[in-house]
Design a protein around this ligand. Structure first.
Ligand code: GLU
Length: 274
């Protein structure tokens, strides 16, 4: 649609690869005639590095993309996420999680298990021990009381340009963490708040985040934020069917460039006319 506001929102935890280029082209293309924004999702202070953030801008410019300035860096906007957390807290929807990873796994199953749904972690320990840990004043993660949140909003839907109208099923995510011990926000919270604050009308991103949208839709309803349209694209895979992701050591755009690839060749390879 004309006049779309879209964004590319990478986390600077490494160099961009072809999968990122695909996502960035998709977002920029969808904004043709509208606005294309870049957002640096750098809330994870241990994994995100300023040099990767700088490399992102250089690589996107090399690809021939242009985006509106200023770039929003999430680490500079923690107060916005704090406001959202305070609103959710005032609704009685947050609670501190005092359990260690080990205790969580013992109570709910290992993290890696897709079927693991963590709920009411404040009812796992005996109340005295729970109170004792809270009183120790250590930083704690904050979880959303999912059942209560859903009871408050009722059924929700969202629309994906490729997948139609979806019924949100945030309960499958359990009591999601909205603020981490080491950083006072989370991916789900900051992405939802930022998409609203930046006036994004169409969220384009990979299918790996398709199910997360159910949580984002719930947060929008709770916080009174608008719901954008979504367009989740398929993930790029290599010749062996393995997903092109940083974790699989796929070649970075930089190494492709250093090996002689041109931005035009990359565009063509990814299916965009040069
Ligand atoms: N920062 C996320 C990532 O790099 C993407 C967030 C989004 O597009 O919603 O995977």
């Amino acid at each position: 649609m004309p006049g779309e506001v879209t964004r590319f929102a990478p986390s600077p935890t490494g160099l961009l690869h072809l999968g990122h280029a695909y996502s960035a082209f998709d977002a920029a293309d969808a904004a043709a005639g509208g606005r294309f924004l870049l957002r640096i999702e750098d809330i994870d202070r241990t994994r995100c590095k300023p040099e990767f953030a700088a490399a992102i801008e250089q690589d996107l410019a090399w690809l021939g993309l242009d985006w509106e300035r200023p770039v929003r860096r999430q680490s500079e906007h923690l107060a916005d996420y704090q406001t959202a957390l305070s609103d959710l807290d005032a609704m009685g929807l947050l609670y501190p999680c005092v359990l260690s990873r080990k205790e969580l796994a013992a109570a709910f199953g290992p993290d890696s298990d897709d079927l693991t749904v963590v709920t009411d972690t404040d009812r796992v320990l005996d109340p005295e021990l729970y109170a004792e840990r809270l009183a120790s004043g250590q930083p704690r993660a904050l979880r959303l009381r999912m059942a209560r949140a859903i009871a408050r909003t009722g059924p929700l839907t969202w629309t994906d340009d490729r997948h139609g109208v979806r019924t949100a099923r945030p309960e499958r995510h359990g009591d999601v963490v909205l603020a981490r011990k080491e950083t006072p926000t989370s991916y789900h919270l900051s992405v939802t708040v930022d998409d609203a604050l930046q006036g994004i009308t169409l969220v384009t991103r990979g299918m790996d985040l398709f199910e997360s949208t159910d949580v984002h839709r719930l947060l929008q309803a709770l916080l009174g934020l608008p719901t954008p349209r979504y367009r989740h694209h398929d993930l790029l895979v290599d010749g062996t069917g393995t997903r092109l992701a940083k974790s699989h050591n796929s070649p970075s755009l930089r190494s492709l460039r250093d090996g002689g690839a041109t931005p035009e060749a990359i565009r063509r390879k990814l299916g965009w006319a040069a």
